[in-house]
Each structure stands twice: as C-alpha cells, then as structure tokens.
Ligand binder design. Structure first.
Ligand code: PGA
Length: 256
C-alpha cells in the first residue's frame, strides 16, 4: 500500500491583516518550519499572501490561496488569477469551498474551470466537496459528494489527477463545533477514493490526498487522522492560532 504524506492546511478565511499574518506565520515557522514529515500549507486572504510568503520563505511551510478566478487576466473587477498567485509563490489553492458555493453561488461547472486553470499554472487544487445537513438527513450524502467530485474534476487527466487534493467538508460540521464521527468521515473518504479509482485507476487514486474539514481540533484530530483514507485536514477556526495549528501538525506527525 502506498503511504501518502499527510497534509495539514489552514484555511484562514477572512481573518488576519497582512501584519497579523506575518506574526502568525512567524510563530508557525519557529515551531514547525523545519519538519518534513507532513506537508503544511497556510491559506491567508489575498491581501496577506505576500507578507505571509516572505516570512515562510526557506521553511517547509507552503503557501496557498482560498480562491481564484479561472481566467488569467481581464475585466473581472475584484478578482485574482492563477498567474497572480504564482507570482507570490503560492503553490496550492482552495477551490469550491462550501462558503463560496453558498454565499457566492459558485457552480460545479465554474469550479471545474478553476480546477483546470489551477493545474495549468502549477497550482495544486484543494477541491472541497461535502453535503449539507438536509442532504445528509435525506440520505443523499454520497450522491452529492459524487456529483461534486465528478463535475469538479471533469476533463482532468489521469496525469493531472495525481497532484490533486480533495477536501471532504460536511457543511454541517464547518465552524459549528459538530465534527463528523470517524466512521462517517472514513465512509465518505473511502467512497471518494473508490470514485477516484473508477475515474483514474487505483495507483492514481492511492496518491491523491483526501483531507477532512469541519471543526477539526487538536482533541478530535488523532482519531480522524488515524483513519485509513483520511490524509490530513483542512482547518478553519483552529488554524488562526499558532498553538492549536501546531498541535494539529504534531498530531499528523504522530500518526504518519
Ligand atoms: P472549521 O472550518 O475548521 O472552522 O470548521 C473548516 C473549513 O471551512 O475549511
């Protein structure tokens, strides 16, 4: 069995000025900036990418963005493109987060365009999928996850697929303190891996990291991260303080 390197990614959402970002990244770099046992990514807001990037230079902590527009440039007021992110040395980008889907009406087709633009620009997409509470209660979790994954990855080749990261984030667990049980999470992660096997073959599916996201905290992380198909976490609230984020990285190191 291929052992996948665990990945802990911090999704800061709309938090931290560029000065605050530099301070937080500085603390992270001192604590975990040299370790290479797990991959660590921070995703600050666009306005903090440059200051965060400067502080993490020379460390093993990597830089990611929280969103981008699929076009490279043009008349898209307020938007940011993949080449702009690359110019700031970002190497990851979160795409299709449920907050983008629900507050900004992003569709699977639009997210798919972003996935292609990211891959074309050597940005690794962290494609987020996940069901709402109503969808879980009506028994359609796996169907929703399947549709979002298939449509989000439409046209992505087998060669490209190996660099993907998928984040399973049940919408009802995001920022609510309600974490999915390890069984609930592992079931969906295994389902996504099976789906990737069908789409891209088993060797490719074995390489793709599938992160769990939704109220992951130092207290619940060890059990989640010990699951066979849970390859890391996409962390919101607990990524905003160095102490809890470092604890999460250490939890991933402990089960690597
Ligand atoms: P949370 O957010 O850890 O605060 O639940 C996770 C996310 O939205 O990526």
């Amino acid at each position: 069995m291929i052992s996948r390197k665990k990945l802990i990614a911090g999704n800061w959402k709309m938090n931290k000025t560029s000065a605050d970002a530099a301070t937080l990244v500085g603390d992270l770099v001192s604590a975990i900036g040299k370790q290479n046992d797990v991959d660590v990514v921070v995703c600050p807001p666009f306005t903090s990418l440059e200051s965060a990037g400067k502080v993490l230079e020379g460390s093993t902590v990597k830089l990611g963005a929280q969103n981008m527009h699929p076009e490279a440039s043009g008349a898209f007021t307020g938007e940011i493109s993949a080449p702009m992110l690359r110019a700031l040395f970002a190497t990851y980008v979160i795409l299709g987060h449920s907050e983008r889907r629900s507050y900004f009406a992003e569709t699977d087709a639009f997210i798919n365009k972003k996935v292609h633009a990211a891959l074309k620009n050597q940005l690794r997409p962290i494609l987020c999928v996940g069901e709402t509470l109503a969808e879980r209660e009506s028994g359609s979790t796996l169907k929703v996850v399947q549709t979002q994954t298939e449509l989000g990855l439409e046209g992505v080749s087998k060669e490209q697929a190996a660099s993907l990261v998928i984040a399973y984030e049940p919408v009802w667990a995001i920022g609510t303190g309600k974490v999915a049980t390890t069984e609930q999470a592992q079931e969906v992660h295994a389902f996504i891996r099976d789906l990737l096997t069908k789409l891209y073959t088993a060797p490719v599916a074995q390489k793709v990291r599938i992160l769990y996201g939704g109220s992951m905290k130092p207290a619940n992380a060890p059990e989640l991260l010990a699951q066979k198909d849970i390859d890391g976490g996409l962390i919101g609230g607990a990524s905003l303080e160095a102490r809890s984020f470092v604890e999460l990285v250490n939890a991933a190191i402990a089960v690597k």
